[in-house]
Design a protein around this ligand. Sequence first.
Ligand SMILES: Cc1ncc(C[n+]2csc(CCOP(=O)(O)OP(=O)(O)O)c2C)c(N)n1
Ligand SMILES: [Mg+2]
Length: 560
Amino acid sequence: MTAAAVAPTAGRTATGGRILVDALRAQGVDRIHCVPGESYLAVLDALHDTPEIEVINSRHEGAAGNMAEADGKLTGRPGICFVTRGPGATHAAVGVHTACQDSTPMILFIGQVARGARDREGFQEVDLRAMFAPLAKWAAEIDDAARIPEYVARAFQTAVSGRPGPVVLSLPEDMLAQSVPAPAQARAAVPAAAAPRATDLDALTHLLEQSARPLLVVGGTGWSDAACLALREFAATNALPLVASFRRQDLIDNRHPNYCGHLGLGVDLQLAERLKSSDLVVAIGSRLGENTTSGYTLLTPPLARQRLVHVHPDPDEPGRVYQPQLAIACPLAEFALALSGRRVAGAERREAWLREARAAYVSFSSPPAAAAGPYVDLAGVVGWLSDHVADDAIVSNGAGNYTVWVHRYFRYRRPRTELAPVSGSMGYGVPAAIAAKLRFPQREVIAFAGDGCFLMYPQELGTAVQHRANLVVIVVNNGIYGTIRMHQERRYPGRVVATDLVDPDFIGLARSFGAFAERVETTAQFPAAYQRARAAARPAVLELRIDPAQLTPGFRLPGR
Ligand SMILES: Cc1ncc(C[n+]2csc(CCOP(=O)(O)OP(=O)(O)O)c2C)c(N)n1
Ligand SMILES: [Mg+2]
């Protein structure tokens, strides 16, 4: 997307809605995700005359929010979402929460009650600034149509600067309808540049040279392809193991000999031990959050036993939970590029440590022989996909135990091919994959969803059909909220509450939207079914019946 050079309304009178749409064009916006509302009709009307911006109307604001978040995650530019006041804003909040926890640039615009009616609790009025204060990097209301370019420019700047994240702008409906002399438009946001100091890189090199068992934990956002490659080369030259933080497995090609696995839910216990016994952790972009650290146990706050170097774009992050030996605040891409060509003496002393870590990862991520029985073996399906999809295929998921198989057996190869919510939000996978297919129509896009997860936004198959987003959804059906059932069995054995599901006929449901759909009964049927789904030239759903007793690759319901 390219920023529009000239605002067509300059020097004329225009409505707030028109000025806002021109401000979006000035920032290079080419697509918005929305559910329409009467509170922002003037924006919709301006979009009618703006063919440069594609309007994707969802069926639920939760899905629209997830789609905008996914678009921001894939492009590194703010994903844009429009919804209406109270009900729309509360639905869409899930996308803002994910953008917050996942450090994704996103802007949510919300139609609001008229300025003259404010604070009467008029129809659907919510104090949006207060509501979004803990979720968004910035939540504001635009009171004056003449100032729209200023607010929009700041919103874009804020969303991409430092640690990227969500911004919320509230739009009183009378402000949008009002005509004012069209103000000059701002220019496209440019994130402030910063680079690590040479003295910090020297200190890092020194710490690495002193370490016998270092681990580089990679995560966060703001990476470029070149930066990911530069980090990989630095690790390769210097025999340093690279580990992905929770749901950032796509930053380093998983086939590379320096990639040694991922931290998070369903972590390889050998890797967890390796992190515990390492003597230096270099966290590059990762916040070392609760899932990455197995509930703050692999490193214990505030002063971990391991030495810690913490590199993060937000200077407030290092030291917030863990006190580092060395803190470096700068964009991750700049940091990784600055490592190019650096030598860390003593590579030969680290080679065995690296080889062991790599071998453990390869073994952990290789699917075992499929279990015999009447069900589909999810490890086999994920392993087959991993071996057969293109390197740039995008794979999404939501929350649920099925994701443990996906993250364990899929080998991600390219940055920005994993759409997986760090926020752990159920329902994310399908809308995220729709946004991905719209952004990259030529690429293969696969959404994994549990039966529970899929039922959060099944109606978005209608959005996919309408906008020709030909993704393949794989519904992993075990008839239960498996994750919660697992926790129940562990904490309150045999006392099952609220975790059984009466599911619909997924095939009939999908077909009713105009999607292609097939049920896969055995592992062996999967490859051909997947090829048919891809060839269908419309959105496709494959339902896999998996064994409800097998709650994770390693945990079976007792006695089943
Ligand atoms: C929006 C949301 N609601 C609830 C939860 C809590 N939760 C996490 S996983 C899960 C069950 C997921 O069920 P399903 O999609 O069928 O996957 P399974 O665990 O059975 O593989 C629930 C309820 C959540 N993470 N997000
Ligand atoms: Mg389930």
